[in-house]
Design a protein around this ligand. Sequence first.
Ligand SMILES: Nc1ncnc2c1ncn2[C@@H]1O[C@H](COP(=O)(O)OP(=O)(O)OP(=O)(O)O)[C@@H](O)[C@H]1O
Length: 264
Amino acid sequence: MTNFDPALAPAAGGGTVPTALGPPEPAIRVDQVTRRYGRGRSAVDALRGVSVDLPTGSFTAIMGPSGSGKSTLLQCAAGLDRPTSGRVLLGADDLTTMSESRLTRLRRDRIGFVFQSFNLIPALTARQNITLPLRLAGRRADRAWLTELVERVGLAQRIGHRPTEMSGGQQQRVAIARALITRPAVVFGDEPTGALDLATGKEILTLLREVVDTLGQTLVMVTHDPVAASYADRVLFLADGSIVEGMDGPTADAVAARLTRLGG
Ligand SMILES: Nc1ncnc2c1ncn2[C@@H]1O[C@H](COP(=O)(O)OP(=O)(O)OP(=O)(O)O)[C@@H](O)[C@H]1O
């Protein structure tokens, strides 16, 4: 079992401070990644040499038309899928050359996930769902951190409830706390507001933004929604397996206009 590496934890109070040696290390470096599905004439090039650094403490949205490679990029960057070529570095560790068992441990200990469908265990209470990643890793919950997280995500009154007794927004709050409990280097979100109504979606996006701003958490989110993307620091636009543009300080209107030009 790999122990939790405090050096990879998000800095309290926001972001890693640049050192005299230069800018901070990126939380994740995607380097010339390609992903080809299938072989021969039926082969699909889902990613065609994608390179991007995701800075520590930043919130990045990945957008693009259907089939442009968003999910494939997220899966490769999160160590859920192996690129056909290229490298994915989490700190100093190359995910692409790691054994499957090491990769499984790394995902469990250093990466958090938030999905559209919440993916909570129905039989467990909110508290048990949140601490599940620690139990799977054989680690004890840090009580102070658990209490702080539960407060931050606004679940103090619901901590003993099961998912079926909670609204969609509350369930996603549980999933966000579960993603953060291990103090991961990066949290990946796949359409985290896709199953929520507009108002609840905005509450969840506000929470995600707070997590970046106050905990210095690195966050990467795939979304189809320009409003969701406008909560990010940066939007990466994919088209046909390549990053075609990055937009800093995105507004929903600017993102929507760019997507329209891409055919999204
Ligand atoms: N397991 C697979 N086998 C074969 N082709 C795949 C597989 N997964 C994805 N693809 C293909 O790779 C390309 C990129 O798919 P991907 O799911 O990454 O796109 P996306 O931008 O996330 O799309 P969407 O917005 O529709 O979810 C598509 O052409 C898709 O059909």
